[in-house]
Design a protein around this ligand. Structure first.
Ligand code: 13P
Length: 249
């Protein structure tokens, strides 16, 4: 049985007070009763404070991004060592918003993946196609290219301490999730691609689905055999909704 995870990507939302309140509310839910691991990814500036709040809880901390470089003259960036230092367990790499809005290419994403692992952070590697790419029948080609860029620079063994997330761009923040069958098809494709390198590692890899996951659709998405949890944006900003999604797993 594969491990399962629900991670909340808070994106650039909230204030110091609002985020503290959200964590407080989340901590009231009995995370011990959730069948899955849960994590939240607040904005960088709130990570340290969030870590203090989450200490000794069942909820892990993640960063929304990471610098590919180790340290030095990289104005505005945050290194893997710093994220580890403040208590992160996960780091999202290659989110479609980073790729689209900040011109992050496959090579940079692969370097971020390695930077995370160099400090024992678990990378959550995001892949996903745009609507135009889906309509042009390029979904598999796009996610394969994004995945292969990472596989080109790591040993398959590195995937044991990593998480993959399929996030179709057209489903992010639109309220229109991929159907369970659409998600399953891409998850199975990704797992198959990794199996061509190492079947054992592919069988154990957690592949999350992200894109308009809500309490109302989580159970049917998570029921798919290759969907091992969710990467949740908007719905992770409401404690009761996020808790319901965790329970659905
Ligand atoms: P939404 O759940 O708001 O669609 O966002 C998904 C996402 O981008 C998570 O990383």
């Amino acid at each position: 049985m594969r491990k399962r995870l629900v991670a909340g990507n808070w994106k650039m939302h909230g204030s110091r007070a609002e985020n503290a309140r959200l964590l407080d509310e989340l901590l009231q839910f009995d995370s011990g009763a959730w069948p899955a691991a849960a994590a939240v990814c607040p904005p960088f500036v709130y990570l340290q404070e969030s870590a203090r709040q989450l200490k000794d809880s069942g909820i892990a901390l993640g960063a929304q991004d990471i610098c590919a470089d180790a340290g030095g003259a990289f104005t505005g960036e945050v290194s893997a060592a710093m994220l580890k230092d403040v208590g992160c367990r996960y780091a999202i790499v290659g989110h479609s918003e980073r790729r689209a809005l900040y011109a992050e290419d496959d090579r940079l994403v692969a370097r971020k993946f390695m930077a995370a692992q160099s400090h024992q952070l678990v990378p959550i590697l995001c892949v996903g196609e745009s609507l135009a790419e889906r309509e042009a029948g390029q979904t598999e080609a796009v996610v394969a290219r994004q995945l292969d860029a990472v596989l080109a620079v790591i040993e398959p063994e590195a995937l044991v301490e990593a998480v993959l997330a399929y996030e179709p761009v057209w489903a992010i923040g639109t309220g229109k999730n991929a159907s369970p069958e659409q998600a399953q098809a891409v998850h199975a494709f990704l797992r198959g691609r990794i199996a061509s390198h190492d079947a054992r590692i592919a069988a154990g890899l957690q592949i999350l689905y992200g894109g308009s996951v809500k309490a109302s659709n989580a159970a049917e998405l998570f029921a798919m055999p290759d969907v091992d949890g969710g990467l949740v944006g908007g719905a992770s900003l409401k404690a009761d909704e996020f808790a319901q999604i965790c329970s659905a797993l």
